[in-house]
Ligand binder design. Structure first.
Ligand code: 5GP
Ligand code: MN
Ligand code: MN
Length: 322
């Protein structure tokens, strides 16, 4: 069980000293917040902790306590006693840090994706958790490490961002109890919310406006797609990470059940994000393209040009929506 795996993980953590933490590429609030929260907690019990960068870190999250300690792996960091991988459904999602899995004495996989491949020596995987941050909270509490504002700010960010500000159906009373405790210890949620949600750059705003001209509807307006090309980024002076959030905006449209955003990473490398509202399991759709995720939020990649990729993904979504 998850509880048993957590007990075993705690034994390992107490036994070893050099702990490495990493997570998935295309970072988000849950994986960054989870990595930082567990790293700060383990440093409080004097562990030698390295938090590894798997990908470019979005500027938006650099306000988080500990974020400036995230670094590229290098051998000088020493032997990897324990490799804690958070919020990461499979090994490939680790990017370059995947290679470290075989260097580590023990791998602890902490995640909430239903599609998790259980690649760890220990697997604390609970799809009922609304965010990996909830599992990290539980682990920290179980270890008897006291929460503080820095740890709490990271947990708040992890949980808020992965639950659409505590609104998705993944949210439970436990989610709210954790957040209540964070507020009780003094986490400044107002400032965090301003940093996370009221901080849109002009470049991102321009990108949003441009990309909205590519909106397309299918199946009685129940499917909506939007495209973000490299050309648009150049034009808006924006980065691909600025596309974050556009998908939740187009999902708001009344008739929409499935929203799909296609991002042109390279000419023939299209990153696809999927969101659903009520009925459709988008994780299943993503899995049919070797991706994964959650019932209401998932993603995958298609190696063709953006128009072809759109045809392919819409074809698949149509089969499910019909
Ligand atoms: P996003 O659309 O924000 O990139 O991702 C939504 C969800 O789907 C996240 O939980 C993320 O972990 C998952 N996801 C996105 N892309 C992929 C992918 O290529 N492979 C897998 N396994 N999961 C993905
Ligand atoms: Mn994530
Ligand atoms: Mn997550």
């Amino acid at each position: 069980s998850t509880n048993h795996q957590m007990d075993e993980a705690i034994k390992l953590i107490l036994q070893y000293n050099n702990i490495f933490i990493a997570s998935h590429i295309n970072p988000d609030g849950d994986n960054i917040g989870s990595m930082l929260a567990i790293s700060l907690a383990l440093r409080k019990i004097n562990k030698n902790v390295s938090v590894l960068k798997s990908d470019v870190l979005p500027e938006d999250f650099m306000f988080l306590p500990g974020s400036h300690d995230i670094q590229e792996y290098k051998e000088e960091l020493g032997p990897i006693d324990i490799f804690i991988v958070v919020d990461c459904s499979d090994e490939d999602r680790l990017g370059n840090n995947k290679a470290l899995l075989s260097n580590a004495k023990k791998v602890i996989n902490i995640d909430h994706h239903i599609s998790n491949t259980m690649f760890g020596d220990l697997n604390i995987v609970d799809p009922k958790s609304a965010a990996t941050g909830e599992l990290i909270y539980k682990l920290i509490k179980k270890m008897g490490i006291s929460l503080d504002i820095d740890i709490g700010s990271n947990l708040y960010t992890a949980i808020s961002t992965d639950t659409g500000k505590f609104s998705y159906e993944s949210v439970t009373s436990r989610t709210h109890r954790i957040i209540a405790e964070l507020i009780d210890i003094g986490v400044d949620f107002n400032t965090i919310n301003l940093n996370l949600y009221e901080n849109m750059s002009i470049e991102k705003t321009k990108l949003f406006i441009q990309s909205l001209s590519t909106l397309k509807f299918y199946e009685g307006n129940s499917i909506v797609t939007l495209k973000i090309t490299k050309e648009m980024l150049k034009h808006a002076g924006a980065k691909m990470e600025d596309a974050e959030g556009i998908i939740s905006f187009i999902r708001k449209i009344e008739s929409v059940e499935v929203a799909c955003v296609l991002k042109e990473i390279e000419m023939n490398n299209i990153k696809i994000s999927l969101r659903s509202k009520r009925d459709v399991d988008v994780a299943l759709i993503a899995q049919s393209f070797d991706g994964g995720g959650h019932i209401r939020a998932a993603g995958c990649s298609i190696n063709s040009n953006i128009e072809e990729a759109e045809k392919e993904i819409v074809g698949k979504i149509r089969e499910v929506v019909r």
